[in-house]
Design a protein around this ligand. Sequence first.
Ligand SMILES: Cc1cc2nc3c(=O)[nH]c(=O)nc-3n(C[C@H](O)[C@H](O)[C@H](O)COP(=O)(O)O)c2cc1C
Length: 357
Amino acid sequence: MTRLFDPIEIRGLSIKNRLWVAPMCQYMSHTNDGKVQPWHEVNYGVLARGGAGLAMVEATGVLPEGRITPRCLGLWSDDQIAGLSRIADFAHSNGAKIGIQLNHAGRKASTYEMFPNVAAGSVPISEGGWSTIAPSAVAFDNFYEPSIATVDEMDRIVEAFRAAAARATAAGFDVIEIHSAHGYLLHELLSPISNRRDDEYGGSLENRARLHRRILRSIKADQPEAVIFVRISASEWVEDGFDVDETVKVSTWFAQDGADLIDISSGGNVPVAPIPVRPSYQVPLAQAVKANSPIPVGVAGLITQASQAESILTTGQADVICIGREALRDPQFAHKWAKELRADSNVVPAPLWRGYL
Ligand SMILES: Cc1cc2nc3c(=O)[nH]c(=O)nc-3n(C[C@H](O)[C@H](O)[C@H](O)COP(=O)(O)O)c2cc1C
């Protein structure tokens, strides 16, 4: 038995291993209505049959204006449930658990998709873009200057997360992940770089984390059994940014409010930052959070090999490994890693079995 292929139980949800697929935007809702397309079904289907214990569906807008791009998935309306249900059902029929990352993109909404040969930056309103809101009127890079979110808009956003989480559960998802990383609205609130407010949502860390806590409590009140993760950029890699010490503090609060796992990432709120990109570069951040966390901690970031992932777990630096780009290159990575580590806990789906003899 390896640690990586040990099951993990989180609030009664039993997940067959600790090797998961990280959320990755596909920008393939090309009808611009946030609905699942065949691409999503195939993409998440292949990932779900690839051996990972859990696959996380990409950043999904809780409101139309909360999408990163016009082509992102959404869950602001009941008619978006059916397509996501098909993804959840297929994952379950292959023994995988499935999560969905709920997002409001704040000042980084209404951008072009990150595809080759596509312009970067804000999509003009004439091309289907929209004006953005953020904690403060501080633009990211050369994106649109956002308008300042009012307190009423904060209330609306809490309700949008609650309602989207209810729809995710109706669609059959096992896990709801709140996106507070990569420079989107909830990260913008945490960071003093993007949050210059002087009301109850700005200033102290308590205030900067207020919306997160309201969202968590509102989902929890609505769905006491929901399994909720929070993805956090635990460092902005610049002086005066939101940092790992603050991440440790807010993680403890989020656990009190009902979060079941902290998913560690970094960066995304500062256009140019000296990020020390190298294998496992976010693991020290996860380790610091795990040392103080009452709930499990996951980590992503240039983890591309079975032995590397296994040793992060056996040295106690994280509880779960999330794989991004390696899963794009090779959706069967988890089966291959199980074979390499001689794990006996992972059963390859019958139609793939002869490839693993
Ligand atoms: C194509 C692509 C899309 C991504 N979309 C998301 C996303 O929707 N939500 C998110 O939190 N992170 C997103 N990420 C970041 C990944 O989840 C992951 O944290 C990052 O790629 C680092 O892990 P890796 O080195 O294993 O790729 C994306 C990454 C890629 C490559």
